[in-house]
Design a protein around this ligand. Structure first.
Ligand code: BGC
Length: 719
């Protein structure tokens, strides 16, 4: 039921005013700058100065005082007293920057993920931000795509848990409460499947695959109560998501009962013309509004075309009213009609931004996101003696990753700073640590490399901090080369040839191709981009003050040619039986099928052993024993996978269905259980909306990671 005051407002508004309410523009348009006239941006978008007082939302005011000025001006001018809504991209922290989402996915710690979102919400709320354009639920299998850094990874189940935890952290029980913001999940739908990993590229998925793998994370956001949804740039079944009626009306609204507002992505209504499914702005507006797209971000076809479309009888005004109602209801759910400034408070904003408490939480989340990939007994390091430190990330503070909101490099802790702080007694010898910019280039580094080897001659162990430039990750940062740059490879080669024990730390926003680096390292640590507390979190892990517990949220390919490589694949009719089996089976002549590091993989300073996988009498509870067989206490992520052996459609060789983090003291043993549910055994048999359960044999698997599990087969007729 629409609240009477909202219905009343809609009744009083003209069509053009309604179209403006459905429009979102950047601050540039709102006259806070001096030179607002019709020869500037307003003119380009064919806006009339009068339109601005009716525009419903602003994209990206990251300043509390500025927002107060803007809202005050807006309320003075808007005849209905409808407040402006401020939406920003706060994806992994605002001023306190957390690890990139792909890294946070590796924590497998949903409490930590939720906490990071709660900190981001607090900082955002005091800054006058009402909704964040997060979480991103796009499932990713192609590390060439720069936006994998924004995703929780390649697994449907993990992504869904991640997304719902983020929504809970941002919104709390009620987004209008203090220190909370609304969440807008994105990019609906399937954006992560861009062909060739090239951003904005075509997506072509069967409905079964879309439903099975890609949609569940968005559905989880809806179920968690996210207030908004954003469409994606790509096509789905050759129709851009922004105007895709099946996605927006049938799936999102009808099946999932999503009642919140849907926003386009940046300019994506206009891009429908480029996609070739609308001849002009009028047709683009027609298709978007009839598909149920409520808010147009950064193009103005609604403003310029909706009036005529209604006048010509092509669009029913009732449809427009529905969208305006959704926009006003959103403002109401955020409490903006009662308090248009919500928590906005410049002094409070200053106080909470990057507060010691927020930094403490960021450090904790960061160390949980680090993944130890290899360790030939060189880690943890002793806090004494001499250690070498080389590579472009050794002293760099450019460790925020893409979408760093208001994070500042100068407020980040570099690796070297973290090491010194943690172990002041260690002598650190640095070499070739400069010129981060040169990561991108080859260049002749022969002399520098020779000097580095010479400088480090007395260091038996050398930490080499390498990776990709943080600005090579995120939107529009697709790549076709994922190995370390040639100059970094030369440094690694020379140090390794000089007989050094190399502890390689990799900073990246995506899985890189690390086969060569791995072969030359004694220890390999995936650091991703960890945000402000990067150096401290890494030092915690390197010196063993924190026992690493991260597990990969995305497989690491051996080569570009293997992509996509992901664990929950189908079996094919000719699966490979062993590495050497290459005869007319599904394999590569020149490579293994397996990734370098699989999904779920990650080491600890402890060692865990699994035993006694068994089933209860009714076969609906599986149990497994996990024992810490080492002398150090640590945390294991117990992973449960299921395979449906024969069904009406081919089913993945395994799918993660549950995970649990357990902390075990040295020698401690615990029994863990999986309660098998119908949902875990069900799947999308065809393109219809409901998952089905088909009786038969299932394999229930438990273990350390997707390639190290043991299984037990069970017949389940009924559940
Ligand atoms: C991105 C979105 C983002 C929006 C607003 C777009 O380019 O695809 O993820 O929320 O810009 O900044």
């Amino acid at each position: 039921m629409t609240k009477p005051f909202i219905a009343e407002l809609v009744k009083r508004m003209s069509l053009r005013e309604k179209a403006a309410q459905m429009t979102q523009l950047t601050p540039l348009f709102f006259g806070l700058e001096e030179d607002m006239d019709l020869t500037g941006p307003l003119g380009e978008k064919q806006l009339k100065p009068d339109d601005m007082k009716h525009v419903g939302s602003v994209l990206g005011v990251y300043d509390a005082s500025k927002f107060i000025r803007l809202q005050r001006k807006h309320l003075e001018e808007n005849p209905y007293g409808i407040p402006l809504m401020n939406l920003c991209d706060v994806t992994h922290g605002l001023r306190t920057v957390f690890p990139i989402p792909l890294a946070m996915g590796c924590s497998f710690d949903m409490e930590a993920v939720k906490q990071s979102a709660a900190v981001a919400a607090r900082e955002s709320a005091y800054m006058g931000i009402h909704v964040t354009y997060a979480p991103m639920g796009d499932l990713v299998r192609d590390p060439r795509w720069g936006r994998v850094m924004e995703s929780p990874g390649e697994d449907t189940y993990l992504n869904a848990r991640f997304v719902e935890s983020m929504v809970a952290g941002f919104q709390g029980d009620d987004p209008r409460s203090p220190e909370k913001v609304g969440a807008c999940f994105k990019h609906f739908a399937g954006y992560g499947a861009a062909e060739g990993g090239r951003d904005y590229n075509t997506v072509d998925l069967s409905r079964g695959v879309l439903r099975e793998y890609h949609l569940p994370a968005y559905l989880a956001a809806v179920r968690a109560g996210a207030l908004m949804a954003m469409t994606s740039f790509n096509t789905v079944e050759r129709i851009p998501a922004t105007v895709n009626k099946w996605l927006l009306r049938d799936v999102l609204r009808k099946e999932w009962q999503f009642a919140g507002a849907v926003v386009s992505d940046f300019n994506s209504i206009d891009e429908v013309i480029c996609h070739g499914v609308a001849a002009d702005g009028k047709e683009a507006a027609y298709k978007s509004v009839t598909a149920g797209l409520d808010i147009e971000m950064m193009s103005t076809h609604y403003l310029n075309e909706l009036e005529q479309l209604v006048a010509a009888g092509e669009v029913n005004e009732a449809l427009i009213d529905q969208s305006v109602i959704r926009v006003l209801e959103l403002k109401d759910r955020l409490g903006l009609f009662e308090n248009p400034y919500k928590d906005c408070d410049p002094a409070k904003s200053e106080e909470v931004n990057l507060s010691p408490e927020h930094r403490r939480i960021a450090r904790d989340v960061a160390r949980k996101s680090i993944v130890l990939l290899k360790n030939e007994d060189v880690l943890p390091l002793a806090k004494r003696g001499k250690i070498g430190l080389a590579g472009p990330f050794a002293e760099s503070r450019k460790v925020l990753g893409g979408w760093w909101a208001l994070g500042k490099a100068e407020e980040c802790v570099s690796l070297k700073e973290g090491l010194i702080q943690a172990a002041p007694g260690v002598e650190i010898v640095t070499a070739m640590t400069g010129e981060l910019e040169r990561i991108r280039n080859g260049g002749d580094v022969k002399d520098e490399v020779a000097d580095a080897v010479d400088t480090l001659r007395d260091c038996e162990t050398v930490i080499v901090a390498v990776g990709e430039h943080m600005e090579d990750t995120g939107e529009a940062c697709s790549k076709t080369e994922l190995r370390l740059s040639p100059n970094q490879r030369k440094l690694i080669e020379a140090l390794s040839e000089a007989g050094k024990k190399l502890i390689m730390i990799v900073f990246s926003g995506r899985p890189l191709v690390l086969e060569e680096a791995e072969a030359r390292s004694a220890a390999l640590v995936q650091a991703w981009f960890l945000g402000n507390e990067s150096g401290n979190a890494l030092a915690d892990v390197l010196f063993g003050d924190y026992n690493p517990s991260g597990r990969l949220s995305m497989s690491f390919p051996r080569s570009i040619g293997q992509i996509p490589v992901y664990y929950n694949r189908l079996n094919t009719g000719r699966p490979q039986k062993s590495e050497s089996d290459k005869d007319f089976v599904s394999s590569y002549l020149d490579s293994s099928n397996s990734p370098l590091f699989p999904f779920g993989y990650g080491l600890s300073y402890s060692r865990f052993e699994y035993s006694g996988l068994s089933l209860s009498e009714d076969a609906l509870t599986a149990s497994v024993q996990v024992e810490n067989v080492s002398s150090v206490g640590g945390t294991e992520t117990v992973q449960w996978y299921i395979r449906d052996i024969a069904a009406s459609v081919s089913r993945p060789v395994k799918e993660l269905k549950h995970f649990e983090k357990v902390s075990l003291q040295a020698g401690e043993k615990r029994t863990l259980h999986l309660k098998i549910t119908k949902e875990m055994l069900s799947f999308y048999a065809d393109s219809s909306s409901d998952p089905v359960f088909e009786p038969g044999e299932f394999q229930i698997m438990a273990g350390r990671h997707s390639e190290d599990i043991s299984g037990i087969t069970v017949r389940i007729e009924e559940i």
